[in-house]
Design a protein around this ligand. Sequence first.
Ligand code: SF4
Ligand code: SF4
Length: 201
Amino acid sequence: MTAPAPDTTRKYDLAFAKWVYKNVNGGDKLSMCMQCGMCSGSCPIGVQMDYGPRKLFMMIRAGMKEEVLSSNTLWNCTSCYRCVVRCPRSVPVTYILQDLAAKASELGYAPKKENKRFADSFWWSARLFGRTDERLVTAKYYFSFGLSEGIKRGLDNLKIAMGMIKAGRMHIGMPHTVKGRKGLQAALKKAAEIEARQSGV
Ligand code: SF4
Ligand code: SF4
């Protein structure tokens, strides 16, 4: 369990930054960031984020805990790794955002209902194909809110999808599957049975 993030009331209070350095995967590398903006400039979905990674890292240093942990940047990052490849200081931007999202969720900042819907969509794809197909996971998640909301969300995020296709981070053919998919499905079924037995469901 992660140590609770410290409350920061003063501007430029370093307590939150120190917490990130210590508790977040890759956070210890944040001190290497020189605020060049290469990450934000390379991000295919930066326009859909509350703050680009460069700004978010500056806000961490500025002690803006609430704004950072509740920002949609953590949830909108698609892990395309463009920022990581281009960062001149080798800051593991993607890992930091991923783990900040996990910590935010653990600390109660994530919209829980949406997480459950997303987790259900993720596991649906993992079970069916043996891997996650980002297009189908996203579509299933959007349409879990109903037909019209699904269409609306799809249209709202069309720009992101186009950016990812252009960056080579989303393919447009049939879903990829893993070898030995049947074996994986059997293993997952068994794991679910064991879990149900242990929890007495
Ligand atoms: S590219 Fe690297 S050094 Fe530049 S702002 Fe982003 S994280 Fe910081
Ligand atoms: S890994 Fe995330 S933050 Fe980095 S460029 Fe891709 S979407 Fe943007």
